[in-house]
Design a protein around this ligand. Structure first.
Ligand code: NDP
Length: 443
């Protein structure tokens, strides 16, 4: 049995039941075959894969808090510090009821490669809790965040591990977490990113993942002889990533015709009114069906995948495994040109293989959604310098970083004989950078 297969077996044996983590490891290792098989003796001797698939540490902790009825609630918190070969651990916090160690480990593992692709000095980590802020009062969210930080603060630091937001963790949650950290440590440092602009946040951070996704998609389209202008786009989700993906898609001339939340999707063939979506989601924290109150001609659909809406460009920006093989077949039947991931691992492996086999341009999330963490790293730089850069300056750097990531993925895919396979290219380019740092630092 070859080295990769040995490791896949071993990872399965000691992480049984962790479906998402095994899926992420399987996808990455499979695509690394050409580079690993070319250097197998060295990587095996140094146990590079064994080291990569095991987090440096996984902290799991109790988070007790009191709800508005005076009842004590108990949730579970996590922080996976996966690999810091190229810099402090960096990666978001996810608050959602389905969060498990498997989900945190899959996200932390992916984050190693994503962060390496940015070219910035950040290692991979991820955290979160099975607490869902949806439907909770501000006071309840604050109580939870304060209790969560009572434990997390022991494990993080501006040069150790710098968390950010993810699903369920936006500006409000980051604010409460930051306030708690400061009271616990007496330190006013860049310990979290995605902070509010009045206390150390970076301009463009809110927009970064969505904008970055569109910068990447645009470069990918151009490299393959297509334009963004005039294309129809379907975007799943209506959270931070989806909203700013829609904003940038529109400004680049695409028409966004559908968006979703976990209840269903809205289809507005003349183009989604993004101000209305922002009002519902960012201001009122409401549900997407409310869009129909002001846009009666739009359709709201439930119980059916958003990928049934015909489009040129599909941008999954909600959650993992939200686009499966059936969805991929439907998209192809409807003539999709590109699928670019804003979310982490939204497309199942079978769906990815099918899309690629049909000549659909496919942008893997670890490359195309790296804009968020890239601007987070720029926020860390600004905090260290005690400076704030302008929106234009950060946006320009973001656009340059995304174009750079595309070039790295494209070049590695060509070098390993698979031109146009940006998944293989992204994984290999990232792996080479991380491994070089790991080898240099020794066991
Ligand atoms: P948000 O919490 O802001 O938004 C998530 C959106 O996805 C919501 O509209 C939510 O609907 C929807 N959603 C969640 N689960 C499901 C589901 N099972 N089915 C359908 N819709 C669902 O999160 P973000 O926008 O920050 O994150 C979205 C994705 O992007 C995640 O995969 C995240 O890991 C990834 N990502 C985020 C980055 C960031 O900077 N924020 C950076 C890189 C990647 P509802 O309101 O009903 O819950």
């Amino acid at each position: 049995m070859g080295y990769i297969d040995q490791i896949l077996e071993a990872v399965k044996a000691i992480n049984s039941g962790e479906g998402e983590f095994l899926q992420a490891v399987g996808e990455v290792l499979e695509s690394l075959r050409p580079v690993i098989e070319g250097n197998e003796a060295l990587y095996k001797k140094e146990a590079i894969l064994e080291q990569l698939v095991e987090p440096d540490r996984l902290v799991s902790f109790k988070v007790p808090w009191v709800d508005d009825s005076g009842n004590v609630q108990v949730n579970r918190g996590y922080r996976a510090q996966f690999n810091n070969a190229i810099g402090p651990y960096k990666g978001g916090l996810r608050f959602r009821e389905n969060v498990t160690a498997s989900i945190i480990k899959f996200l932390g593992f992916e984050q190693i490669f994503k962060n390496a692709l940015t070219g910035l000095p950040i290692g991979g980590g991820k955290g979160g809790s099975d607490f869902d802020p949806k439907g909770k009062s501000d006071r309840e969210v604050m109580a939870f965040c304060k209790s969560f930080m009572m434990e997390l603060y022991r494990h993080i630091g501006a040069d150790i591990d710098v968390p950010a937001g993810d699903i369920g963790v936006g500006a409000r949650e980051i604010g409460y977490l930051y306030g708690a950290y400061k009271r616990l440590t007496h330190e006013s440092v860049g310990i979290l990113t995605g902070k509010g602009l009045s206390y150390g946040g970076s301009l463009t951070r809110k927009e970064a993942t969505g904008y970055g996704l569109l910068y990447f998609t645009q470069v990918m389209l151009l490299a393959n002889g297509h334009q963004m202008a005039g294309k129809s786009a379907v975007i799943s989700g209506s959270g931070n990533v989806a909203i700013y993906a829609a904003e940038k898609a529109m400004s680049l001339g695409a028409v966004v015709i559908a968006m979703s939340d976990s209840g269903g999707y809205i289809h507005d063939p003349s183009g989604i009114d993004l101000d209305a979506v922002k009002e519902i989601k960012e201001v009122r924290r409401g549900r997407l069906y409310e869009y129909l109150e002001t846009h009666p001609k739009a359709v709201y659909a439930t119980g059916k995948s958003i990928w049934h809406v015909p489009c040129d460009i599909a941008l999954p920006c909600a959650t993992q495994n939200e686009l499966d093989l059936e969805d991929a077949k439907t998209l192809v039947l409807n003539g999709v040109l590109a699928v670019a991931e804003g979310a982490n691992m939204p497309t199942t492996m079978e769906a990815v293989h099918f899309l690629q086999s049909q000549g659909v341009l496919y942008a893997p999330g670890k490359a195309s959604n790296a804009g968020g963490v890239a601007v987070s790293a720029l926020e860390m730089s600004q905090n260290s310098q005690r400076l704030s850069w302008s929106f234009e300056e950060v946006d320009q750097r973001l656009s340059g970083i995304m174009a750079g990531i595309f070039k790295k993925a494209e070049a590695a895919a060509i070098k390993y004989g698979q031109p146009g396979d940006y998944l293989l290219g992204a994984n290999i380019a990232a792996f080479e950078r991380v491994v070089e740092a790991m080898l240099a630092q020794g066991v």
